[in-house]
Design a binder for this molecule. Structure first.
Ligand code: ADP
Length: 908
C-alpha cells in the first residue's frame, strides 16, 4: 500500500472517530436540553396559568364588593364590565391548561373539578350582578352575605393543591435529568479513551512502515559516497510505494553513474595520453629550438624521437631544393644497412611519401627488410612508418621509422605531431642557414670594403699630399692657364678663320662652277651649232673640230659637276629628294643613254630585269640615274670586247639597306684585287700614268659610293683582272632612307645637264628629232623672245641658238632695262631671265613684271646658275613660269619655250 494511501486511511480513520464522538456528544446534549426545556416550559406555564387563575378569582371577589359600594350608575356599569372580563379570563385559563398535552390523568381530574367550581362561582357572581342591575342592591348584599359554601375559597384551595403537585413533578424531572447527565459523562470518557487508543495504534503502524522503507534507501545511498571502483550498490525494491519508486530511480541513477564513471575513466586515460604527447612534444620543441644546423637537427630528432616510440631503426631525409631528398641522419643504423642516401621525389617509398604528402604504414615487413643488431643479438623490425614533414603546404622532408611491434596509437599520434611541427623548424634552420650565408657574404664584403676603405683612406692621404702639391702646381699652372687661355682664344680666332675660309671654299667652289659654266655654256651652244653645220659652209675638218670642241666642253662640264658634287658632299650640303620611281623609267633611261654607246663601241648591252624586282622604288631619281650612268659609263669605257649587262633584281633581304640591287657586269679589263678598295677613293685611277689609255677624273666611283650611302644603300664590287668586273648598287625601300619620312617627299625637278652629247643618238631617234626640229622651227617662227643677261657671251650664244629657230631675239642687260623694254614693246612673247645681274637682279625684275597687270600671264623662264633647290623655289616664288639651269641645253630650252608659248599660253 502506498504511503499516501496509508496516511489518508490513518488520518481518515481518526477523523471518523472524532466525528462519531462529536455526534454522539451533540445528540446527548440535545436530549438533555430538550428534556430540561420540557420540564421548565410546561411546568412553568402551568404554574403561571394557575397563579393567574388564582389572582383573577381573588380580584373578582374584591371587585364585587366594590360594586356593591358604588352608587353611581355609570361606574357600576363599568365595574360590571370589568368583572365580566375577569370571569372570561378564568374560563380561558382553565381551558388552556386542559389543552396542555403532557398533563397526566391526576392533573386533568383536578383541572375538571376546578372548572366546575369556577363555573359555579361565575354563576353566583352573575346572580349578584343581576340584583345590582335590578336596583336591588340590598338583596345582592344579602346574597353575598348568605353564601355559605364559600365557593371562592374552594377554588383557591384547589389551585394551591395543583401548584404543589406541579412543583413535585418538577423536582422529579430534575432528578431524572441529573441521572441522565451522569450516564452520558461516563459513556463519553470511555469513548474518548477508545478513540485515543485507536488513533495511536494507526499512527504508529503507518510511521513505522514508512520509516523502515526510507531507512533502507538511506542506508544504500549513504554507502554511495565511499564508492571508488565505480560499482554502485542497488536498492532492493519490494514495495510498490513512493519509496519503492525512489529506490528504482536511485537504481537508474546508479546505472547512469556507473556509465559516466566509465566514460570519465576513458577520458582521463585519453587526457593522460594527450598530456604525455603534449609534454613530449613540447620537450622536443624546446630541444630543437636552438639548433641552427640541419644535420644536427636531424640527428637530435632521431635520437630523441626514436626512443620515445621504442623504434629500433630510423632515418631522416630533407629536401635539397632541387627536387630530391638527402638522408641527413640515421638512428641505430649505418651506411651499409641503409645504402640509399638520396631519393628523387616519387622515387621509392621515401620519394612517394614526399610526393603524396601522406603517411605510409607497413605492418608486416618481410624478414629480410631490415635487421636491427645489438651486441647480444639481432632481429627484424616488423613495422615501418614513413611520415612527410611539411610546412605551409611545401614538403621539407620525410621521417622513416621502424619497430619490432606495431606502433601504438599514442606513438603514432606523437610522431604525427612532431613531424607536423618539424617542418617549421627545418624552414627556420634553412632560413637561418641562408641568413648565415648572406651574413658571411656581407661580412666578407664588409671586410673587403674595410680594406678598400683603408686603401681609400691611404689614397685619400696620398691624394691630399698630391692635392697640396697640385695646389702649388695649380698656382704655377694658373699662370700657364691664363697663357693657354690666350693661346686658346688665338686658336679659336684661327678656327673661326678656318671655318670661314672653309665656307668661303665651298662658296668659291660653287661660284667657280657657276663662273666656269657660264663661258662653257656659250662655248657648248656655239660648238654644237657649228657641228650641225646648218648653213652647210663648213669643211669636214671644221665640223670635226667643232665636234671636238663640243666633246671637250662636255668633259669639262662633267668635271665641274663632279667637283661640285664632291664639294657638296664634303660640306654636308648635299640634299636628297626622294620620290616614287618606276623601274620601267630607269630601264628606258639607261636604254636611251647607252644603246647608242654600245652600238658605237660594237659591244652588246643587255638589260636583265628579274621578275622578283620591285616595280616601284622610293628614292632620289636623279641620283639613282647619276650612279647608274657612272657605273655604266665606266663599264662601257673599260670594255672593248663582249659587252655590258645591267641586271635588276630583288635585294639581299637579310640587309635592310638592300631591297633592290642593280648589277652592272662587264667583260672588260677588270681590276687588280689589291686595287678593288682604292678605286673608290677620290681622284684614284688604277692606270694613273700620263700615258693612260682611258680618260676620266677618278671622282666618279667616289661620288657614286657617297651617293649610294646618302640614299641608304651601298656599292659592292667584284672583279677578275682581264675578265671583267661587276659593280652592284644596293638600295633600300624608302623607310630605310636616312632622315626621311614620306611626309618629306618633295619631288625634285629634273636637272638635265648638258654633257650627254658625246654619245651618238640612235638613228631612228635622230630622224624623229629632225622631224620634230622641222616642226618646231615652224612653231617658233617670228615669235619674239627677250633675253635678259649681263654676260654678253651668253646673250650671243642664246641669240644664235634661238635665231636658228627663226625667232626674233631682243636682249636687255639687266632687270630695269627688261621692264622698260617690255613696256615699250608689247610684241614680246616670252622672256628668258638670268638671275645674277647688276642694277636689278632677276628675282626683283620678275616681281616687278608680275606687278603689272598686262604681264600677269607673260611666260618668263628663269636661267638659274646653281642647281640648288632653294634657287628654283625662289624663282617660282618671284614669279617665274618655269626655270632651267645653266649651262643651258638648247633642246631642252626650245621645248620649254614651246610648252610655254603654246600649251601653257593657250591655257591662259
Ligand atoms: P674615272 O673617271 O677615272 O673612270 P672612276 O672613279 O669612275 O674614275 O674610276 C676609278 C678607276 O676605277 C678607273 O680609273 C678604273 O681604273 C677603275 N674602274 C672603274 N670602273 C671599272 C670597270 N668597269 N672596269 C675596269 N676598271 C674600272
Amino acid at each position: 500500500m502506498k504511503v499516501k494511501t496509508k496516511l489518508y486511511l490513518g488520518f481518515g480513520f481518526i477523523l471518523i472517530i472524532l466525528l462519531l464522538l462529536a455526534s454522539y456528544m451533540l445528540f446527548t446534549l440535545n436530549q438533555q436540553h430538550k428534556f430540561m426545556e420540557e420540564i421548565v416550559q410546561e411546568n412553568y406555564e402551568r404554574v403561571k396559568l394557575v397563579n393567574s387563575l388564582k389572582g383573577d378569582t381573588l380580584t373578582t371577589g374584591r371587585e364585587i364588593r366594590e360594586l356593591l359600594l358604588l352608587d353611581n350608575q355609570e361606574d357600576t356599569i363599568e365595574k360590571i364590565s370589568q368583572i365580566h372580563t375577569l370571569r372570561e379570563n378564568t374560563t380561558t385559563t382553565i381551558e388552556s391548561l386542559l389543552l396542555v398535552p403532557s398533563i397526566n390523568a391526576q392533573t386533568r381530574e383536578t383541572l375538571i373539578s376546578l372548572r366546575s367550581h369556577n363555573q359555579a362561582y361565575s354563576d353566583f357572581i352573575e346572580s349578584i350582578i343581576d340584583e345590582v342591575s335590578n336596583g336591588s342592591k340590598d338583596s345582592a348584599i344579602q346574597l353575598l352575605m348568605n353564601d355559605t359554601t364559600n365557593i371562592r375559597q374552594v377554588i383557591v384551595t384547589e389551585i394551591e393543591k395543583f401548584t404543589s403537585y406541579e412543583e413535585e413533578l418538577m423536582n422529579q424531572s430534575l432528578q431524572e435529568s441529573e441521572q441522565a447527565y451522569q450516564v452520558t459523562f461516563t459513556a463519553l470518557i470511555i469513548i474518548v479513551i477508545v478513540c485515543v487508543a485507536l488513533v495511536l495504534g494507526v499512527s504508529i503502524s503507518v510511521v513505522k512502515s514508512i520509516s523502515t522503507s526510507i531507512n533502507k534507501v538511506r542506508q544504500v545511498m549513504t554507502n554511495v559516497t565511499n564508492i571508488k571502483d565505480g560499482n554502485f550498490p542497488r536498492v532492493e525494491v519490494n514495495a510498490k510505494d513512493e519509496i519503492g519508486e525512489i529506490g528504482l530511480a536511485y537504481n537508474e541513477m546508479a546505472n547512469s553513474l556507473e556509465t559516466s564513471f566509465q566514460h570519465e575513466q576513458e577520458l582521463k586515460l585519453s587526457l593522460q595520453e594527450e598530456n604525455w604527447i603534449k609534454t613530449k612534444h613540447t620537450e622536443l620543441a624546446i630541444e630543437f629550438q636552438g639548433i641552427q644546423d640541419l644535420e644536427e637537427f636531424g640527428q637530435l630528432f632521431l635520437c630523441k624521437v626514436s626512443p620515445l616510440v621504442q623504434a629500433s631503426y630510423s632515418a631522416f631525409y630533407v629536401t635539397n631544393g632541387s627536387g630530391a631528398m638527402n638522408r641527413i641522419a640515421a638512428y641505430a643504423g649505418n651506411g651499409e644497412d641503409i645504402p640509399h642516401v638520396k631519393f628523387d621525389i616519387g622515387e621509392g617509398l621515401v620519394g612517394q611519401c614526399a610526393k603524396d604528402k601522406q603517411t605510409l604504414s607497413f605492418e608486416t615487413l618481410p624478414s629480410n627488410y631490415i635487421v636491427t643488431k645489438s651486441g647480444l643479438g639481432q632481429a627484424n623490425p616488423t613495422t615501418l612508418l614513413l611520415l612527410p614533414i611539411e610546412f605551409e603546404g611545401d614538403i621539407y622532408g620525410v621521417l622513416e621509422i621502424a619497430k619490432f611491434e606495431p606502433f601504438t596509437s599514442i606513438e603514432n599520434r606523437l610522431l604525427q605531431q612532431v613531424c607536423e611541427t618539424s617542418g617549421s623548424s627545418i624552414d627556420r634552420i634553412l632560413d637561418h642557414m641562408r641568413i648565415e650565408e648572406l651574413l658571411s657574404e656581407s661580412q666578407t664584403l664588409t671586410e673587403e670594403l674595410q680594406t678598400q676603405s683603408e686603401e681609400l683612406q691611404q689614397q685619400q692621404e696620398e691624394l691630399r699630399l698630391i692635392n697640396e702639391q697640385l695646389h702649388e702646381q695649380y698656382k704655377k699652372s694658373d699662370d700657364k692657364t691664363k697663357e693657354l687661355q690666350r693661346i686658346k682664344e688665338d686658336l679659336e680666332e684661327k678656327n673661326r678663320g678656318i671655318k670661314l675660309s672653309s665656307k668661303y671654299k665651298s662658296e668659291f667652289l660653287a661660284n667657280m662652277s657657276h663662273e666656269l659654266r657660264t663661258p662653257l655654256n656659250s662655248m657648248l651652244i656655239l660648238s654644237q651649232m657649228l657641228a650641225q653645220n646648218t648653213e652647210g659652209n663648213l669643211s669636214e675638218k671644221q665640223i670635226e673640230h667643232a665636234h671636238t670642241i663640243y666633246s671637250s666642253g662636255t668633259d669639262l662640264l662633267d668635271l665641274i659637276n663632279d667637283i661640285l658634287d664632291l664639294s657638296k658632299i664634303e660640306s654636308g650640303k648635299f640634299e636628297v629628294y626622294p620620290e616614287e620611281v618606276l623601274l620601267t623609267d630607269i630601264e628606258a633611261f639607261v636604254k636611251r643613254q647607252f644603246l647608242p654607246v654600245s652600238r658605237h663601241k660594237g659591244v652588246y648591252f643587255s638589260i636583265d630585269v628579274h621578275s622578283d624586282a620591285p616595280t616601284i622604288l622610293f628614292t632620289d631619281d636623279q641620283r639613282l640615274k647619276q650612279i647608274l650612268k657612272n657605273l655604266l659609263s665606266n663599264a662601257f669605257k673599260f670594255t672593248n670586247e663582249g659587252g655590258v649587262t645591267l641586271r635588276i633584281s630583288q635585294g639581299l633581304g637579310s640587309d635592310s639597306r638592300s631591297k633592290i640591287k642593280f648589277t652592272v657586269i662587264d667583260t672588260g679589263i677588270g681590276i687588280a684585287k689589291d686595287k678593288l678598295e682604292s678605286i673608290f677613293e677620290a681622284f684614284y685611277q688604277s692606270d694613273g700614268t700620263t700615258s693612260r689609255k682611258y680618260g676620266g677624273t677618278g671622282l666618279g666611283l667616289s661620288i657614286c659610293r657617297d651617293l649610294a650611302t646618302r640614299l641608304g644603300g651601298f656599292i659592292e664590287v667584284e672583279s677578275i683582272e682581264g675578265q671583267g668586273s661587276s659593280f652592284t648598287l644596293h638600295l633600300p625601300d624608302f623607310e630605310g632612307l636616312p632622315g626621311l619620312t614620306s611626309s618629306d617627299i618633295e619631288v625634285a625637278a629634273s636637272e638635265e645637264i648638258v654633257g650627254d652629247e658625246k654619245e651618238v643618238e640612235e638613228e631612228s631617234v635622230e630622224v624623229e628629232a629632225q622631224q620634230e626640229e622641222v616642226e618646231s622651227k615652224h612653231l617658233l617662227e617670228n615669235k619674239v623672245v627677250l633675253v635678259v643677261d649681263d654676260d654678253m657671251r651668253n646673250v650671243f650664244a642664246l641669240t644664235t641658238a634661238l635665231e636658228s629657230q627663226k625667232m626674233d631675239v631682243l636682249f636687255a642687260e639687266n632687270g630695269k632695262e627688261a621692264i622698260h623694254m617690255l613696256e615699250e614693246n608689247d610684241a614680246i612673247d616670252i622672256v628668258l631671265m638670268d638671275i645674277m645681274m647688276p642694277e636689278m637682279n632677276g628675282f626683283d625684275a620678275m616681281r616687278e613684271i608680275r606687278k603689272k597687270e598686262q604681264f600677269e600671264h607673260l611666260p618668263i623662264i628663269a636661267l638659274t646658275a646653281k642647281a640648288m633647290k632653294t634657287d628654283k623655289e625662289k624663282c617660282i616664288n618671284a614669279g617665274a613660269s618655269d626655270y632651267i639651269s645653266k649651262p643651258v641645253n638648247i633642246e631642252q630650252l626650245v621645248s620649254l619655250i614651246k610648252v610655254w608659248l603654246y600649251n601653257e599660253g593657250e591655257r591662259h
